[in-house]
Ligand binder design. Structure first.
Ligand code: FAD
Length: 526
């Protein structure tokens, strides 16, 4: 017999299968020997009170042999000779998952990626961290796997399409991710594990007959009537297919400029901008777990904070426990930070984006001196660029980032020194109020104080605030017909993923890639 139950366990109990089996027997009033095994379906931590619990939902096997289910295996077809071909621009999660889904449907994907393969990309990241030199084609945003490769690999999303989410997680497991992501409430993979998974995906795409080209930046589109007739890459060659998926991410500003120049409709999209904040991980553990030391049975603690300041949302974003603040710039004179962590999340700091909603009125005001038409579809992108340039100029050059201790920032003081931190290119104590637009600095200041009341100890000079966290989502939306998902002006052109404004994170970008591929499958069948 199999029975679904939920156990409330101490972290120590939850760490031992033997303990769990004993608890199952206890809860079901059985002899321990009657429980032959169990399959977890959901695991979450309840840290609201002093005694922390792990809630574990599972299927218990009782008086019958225990067996592990065979992991789901998606079947990929041979598409070497496929009738239909689809060009995918960008090998981020949206592009890769679109490619895999197309192969399932017997369609050949041809991927063009401006950056390098994951392995070669690592050298460019090392140079950026060590010498502050950014390769504008190969960095934390550009290259195989997209912006998600050298990230924390958090795999949760606010999207509630559970079926699709499970599919994405199952694909990750098929390509090498741990099965634990299928039941963890907050699954994550880690920067050290993602590159192998991305490599395995690419190898599968190529084995099946798909094509993947690196260092092939798409620089132009050939338009004919209401269609795209081909793409042109930086080496001057043109390439043709039945349909074109644009999955170039939120940092491909040249693509947004190209669309604008070619009068392909795009829209300004509000986004959020702010800073990255770093605390000692021990401090966050102490606050969240109400204890002096976390101990060996709990993971490094995280947090999620949100507040309204003067009718404006201020919120934490992409929190990385045990993580590292990374230079995520794509241009030599624009400073952007983000965060990542390894699978064990075992670094001594906890970082998180802390960002403020930006409205059109804010962007218009901040860019007034640039004489930009207030209705310009790239208004938010120009605003983002302006703040990033300002941050670069206020830093110490070579991506040394302007920073402040948290309380100093809120009290309008330049810090006399900065705490130890994880940001490898280095930090320079600066007046962040001259780096950030007034409304951002003001909202963050109030937000930090409010968060300090929600999380006692959060508002502290032990924390460092680093400018600037500006690539939270795309500043542009590329419209799609709600039924066909194609661009309204171009019947075979499919804007996809985060850059087009339809995703915010790895899982939602992957889901959007699959969605476009499924639409194409139906289109080619009819
Ligand atoms: C450091 C960091 C950490 C992050 N951590 C997380 C996390 O833990 N969890 C999470 O959910 N999200 C995280 N994110 C965000 C996440 O990575 C993105 O939301 C996601 O990757 C978006 O997927 P995408 O496929 O739409 O675009 P992208 O991943 O941006 O991929 C776009 C691809 O297109 C390529 N490209 C761009 N222009 C061209 C062109 N002209 N020609 C050819 N190719 C082109 C780029 O090189 C890139 O590879 C993080 C991002 C960063 C930078």
């Amino acid at each position: 017999m199999q029975q679904k139950i939920t156990l409330r366990l101490t972290p120590e109990e939850a760490a031992s299968n033997l303990h769990i089996q004993q608890k199952i027997a206890q809860q079901l009033s059985l002899k321990p020997s009657a429980v032959t095994g169990f399959l977890p379906s959901k695991k979450s931590i309840d840290a609201r009170s002093k005694q922390i619990y792990v809630n574990l939902s599972l299927t218990a096997f009782i008086n019958e042999p225990f067996h592990q289910p065979t992991p789901h295996a998606f079947v990929y077809q041979d598409v070497h000779q496929a009738t239909h071909k689809v060009i995918i621009i960008g090998a981020g999660p949206a592009g890769l998952f679109a490619a895999l889904r197309l192969i399932e449907a017997g369609i050949q994907p041809i991927i063009f990626e401006r950056g390098k393969d994951v392995k070669s990309r690592r050298r460019d990241l090392a140079a950026l961290n060590k010498s502050g030199v950014v390769n504008s084609e190969s960095n934390y945003c550009f290259g195989e796997g997209g912006a998600g490769t050298y990230s924390d690999g958090k795999l949760y999303t606010r999207s509630n399409k559970r079926g699709d989410i499970n599919r994405i997680l199952q694909v990750f497991v098929q390509f090498g991710a741990t099965g634990q992501i299928l039941f963890d409430a907050h699954p994550h993979i880690g920067t050290n594990k993602l590159p192998q998974i991305i490599t395995a995906m690419r190898e599968k795409i190529i084995d099946c007959g798909g094509k993947v080209f690196f260092e092939k930046k798409v620089v132009d589109f050939e338009l004919q009537n209401n269609n795209i007739n081909g793409i042109i890459t930086a080496d001057g060659s043109s390439h043709h297919a039945d349909a074109y998926i644009l999955a170039t991410g939120h940092s491909a500003r040249d693509i947004f400029e190209l669309l604008y120049k070619k009068q392909i409709q795009i829209e300004a999209k509000p986004f959020a901008l702010g800073v990255r904040v770093e605390h000692p991980q021990q401090l966050i553990d102490r606050i969240q777990y109400h204890c002096d030391a976390r101990g060996e049975f709990l993971p490094p603690a995280s947090y999620s904070l949100v507040d309204q300041v003067n009718q404006r949302g201020v919120f934490s974003f992409c929190m990385c426990p045990g993580g590292i603040i990374a230079p995520a710039a794509t241009h030599p004179e624009e400073l952007v930070v983000n965060g990542w962590s390894p699978s064990k999340r075992n670094n001594p700091h906890a970082n998180s984006g802390m960002v403020v909603e930006v409205t059109a009125a804010d962007a218009i005001k901040a860019t007034q001196h640039l004489n930009i038409d207030p209705t310009h579809p790239l208004l938010f992108m120009y605003f983002q660029q302006l703040v990033e340039r300002n941050a670069y100029q206020s830093g110490g050059g070579n991506f040394v980032a302007p920073a402040s201790r948290m309380v100093d920032f809120c009290n309008n003081r330049i810090s006399t020194n900065l705490p130890q931190n994880s940001y490898l290119p280095g930090l320079l104590a600066a007046d962040l109020r001259t780096v950030l637009p007034d409304f951002i600095a003001e909202s963050l200041s109030k937000g930090f104080a409010a968060f300090g009341k929600k999380m006692k100890g959060y508002f502290t000079n032990e924390a460092v605030v680093v400018a600037t966290e500006s690539r939270t989502s795309s500043p542009v939306r590329i419209p799609r017909d709600p039924d066909t998902l194609a661009h309204p002006q171009l019947q075979n052109f499919y804007p996809c993923g985060e850059g087009a404004g339809y995703a915010g994170g790895i899982v939602s970008a992957a889901m959007d890639g699959e969605r476009i591929a499924s639409i194409l499958q139906a289109k080619f069948k009819s």
